[in-house]
Design a protein. Structure first.
Length: 163
């Protein structure tokens, strides 16, 4: 067995899913080929825990739901939020990817926080290192306040957008 294959097999499934998602984002050149969230522009004002400024991109599946004012995102929908510091340098990239059956109690969202270089970020909590991918408790807890809007804060899905 080659070293590359051996290393790939050792990556936990969640981390592997996160890496596959990052590769998809890069191969689809999301900065160029995906649309920004309707009604939002690049580097709009943000707030914690994301960043002072945000840019939100959506894939075609997510964009269609927003434009058609549907109630929920379909499996395959991806929302990318670039999180910027006050000096407008990028701090991280947070992503929501809806995967059917992944997390039924959290509307099937897969969460991940990437460093700008694509590495899955971690945080220390109670003496343990938590990988910020998969069913991320902090993301689910916060976004769970928006169950009527499919765990999304950016703007309402079902209502008229003002732009």
């Amino acid at each position: 067995m080659s070293e590359a294959v051996k290393v790939e097999m050792e990556i936990p499934d969640i981390e592997k899913m996160a890496h596959e998602l990052w590769n998809k984002m890069q191969s689809e050149n999301y900065h160029v080929n995906w649309k920004m969230w309707p009604g939002k522009e690049a580097c709009y004002e943000g707030k914690e825990p994301h960043g002072a400024f945000l840019t939100t991109y959506v894939n075609t599946a997510a964009h269609e739901v927003i434009m058609q004012k549907k109630e929920k995102m379909p499996p395959g929908a991806i929302i990318i939020k670039e999180n910027y510091m006050p000096d407008k340098n990028i701090a991280s990239i947070t992503v929501m990817h809806k995967i059917e059956g992944f997390a039924p109690d959290a509307f099937d969202w897969f969460w991940v926080k990437f460093a700008p270089n694509g590495k899955v970020m971690t945080e220390e909590k109670d003496g343990k290192t938590i990988t910020l991918a998969g069913k991320v408790a902090g993301c689910i807890e916060c976004h769970g306040k928006q169950t009527s809007n499919d765990y999304i804060f950016t703007s309402p899905l079902k209502l008229e957008h003002m732009y």
